[in-house]
Design a binder for this molecule. Structure first.
Ligand SMILES: [Zn+2]
Ligand SMILES: [Zn+2]
Length: 353
């Protein structure tokens, strides 16, 4: 069984491993058909030490990466409803189901949370094991590569839910990468009347206009564009998907008084917030973390199945497992504007599908 294993900073190796064996009760073994690579994976690739740092600490050694997986059930453990041969998308959170947060349904806040690819072996492999409850069937209308993008789509679904959009809202999305372009599409579907995408790269602005944006702006002209569009009021909701503190500061600034700024990037760094003006403007700063398997993820899958959210234009690269470093991680680092969603197909791409 071949898998892409993290051994340390920028040390990802495609290796032969022993077969996974039969899944434990409640779990399934999947043949992985597609697995996306995202910004979070890049952060882990650049910074993590599998045996030392928290995101990977659960493994105590090399770890198979990948948390945006879709596969076919090849074997089921006891007490599993899924059938062999069923295609599923994997939500990815391994939560305890018993702690304070799990009992509230806030699974991403689980006190003992791990995820596939972070703390537990993930989907950049020919096969993976996963709890059946986080493996959601999808219809034949979707290709496995689209199903793999359910995970980032559910990030957008949750962020839009957390934004409590009102019909007719003006929404700005900072960052026109995969997450930003998904948030723009979902916000439009959930009642936003005007969607502005703020993004420095011209090709991504053009794609944003094709998919969901009424207007696009560069970070330099966004202040003027938003002022013109809203009569100086500002956006009702600003989603920050870019991930650096400077962008977060701008996002709060572009939010109207009484409006909401939603953070969904993983950036590190910290934010200096002028508290007096923040108080006087009664803005809300809301964080949105990943997704839940029972609410956000099924909604994401149905948005993809219905074609209301289109992820096909976001998939820029389809590569094999052996190319995961050269054409995946290193390509994303070398030339970020040239790639949006990179999909790894461990079994090879099926031509014409
Ligand atoms: Zn991701
Ligand atoms: Zn828990």
């Amino acid at each position: 069984m071949r898998a892409a294993r993290m051994h340390g900073r920028k040390d990802l190796r495609v290796e032969d491993l022993p077969p996974l064996g039969s899944p434990p009760p409640g779990c399934v073994r999947l043949r992985v058909e597609a697995c996306g690579i995202c910004g979070t994976d890049l952060e882990v690739y650049l910074h993590a030490q599998p045996s030392e740092e928290p995101p990977l600490a659960g493994s105590g050694g090399p770890l198979t990466m990948g948390h945006e997986s879709a596969g076919v059930v090849v074997e089921t453990g006891a007490d599993v409803d899924l059938a062999v041969g069923q295609r599923v998308a994997v939500e990815g959170h391994l939560f305890c189901g018993e702690c304070f947060w799990c009992r509230r349904g806030d699974y991403a806040l689980c006190a003992r949370l791990r995820s596939t690819g972070q703390g537990a072996d993930g989907g950049l492999a020919e096969e993976m094991l996963a709890p059946a409850r986080i493996c959601l069937p999808y219809s034949d209308d979707l290709l496995p590569e689209q199903a793999a993008v359910s995970e980032p789509t559910s990030v957008a679904v949750r962020a839009v839910r957390r934004a409590r959009l009102e019909p007719g809202a003006t929404v700005a999305v900072v960052g026109g990468g995969t997450i930003g372009l998904l948030v723009a599409q979902v916000a439009r579907l959930r009642g936003a009347e005007r969607v502005v995408v703020v993004e420095p790269v011209a090709e991504r602005r053009a794609l944003a206009e094709r998919l969901a944006a009424d207007v696009t702006a560069t970070p330099h002209d966004a202040t003027d564009v938003l002022a013109d569009l809203t009569g100086g009021v500002g956006a009702d909701v600003v989603f920050e998907a870019g991930g650096n503190p400077e962008a977060v500061r701008s996002a709060v600034e572009w939010t109207r008084k009484g409006g909401r700024t939603v953070l969904l990037g993983v950036s590190g760094g910290s934010l200096e917030l002028p508290l007096t003006s923040f108080l006087l403007s009664e803005k809300e700063l809301v964080a949105s973390l990943s997704h839940t398997y029972d609410v956000d993820f099924p909604e994401a899958i149905s948005l993809l199945e219905s074609g209301k959210v289109d992820v096909r234009p976001l998939i820029t690269d389809r590569i094999g497992l052996d190319q995961v470093v050269s054409h995946g991680f290193e390509a994303l680092l070398a030339e970020p504007p040239a790639h949006l969603k990179v999909i790894v197909m461990p079994g090879g791409a099926a031509p014409g599908r």
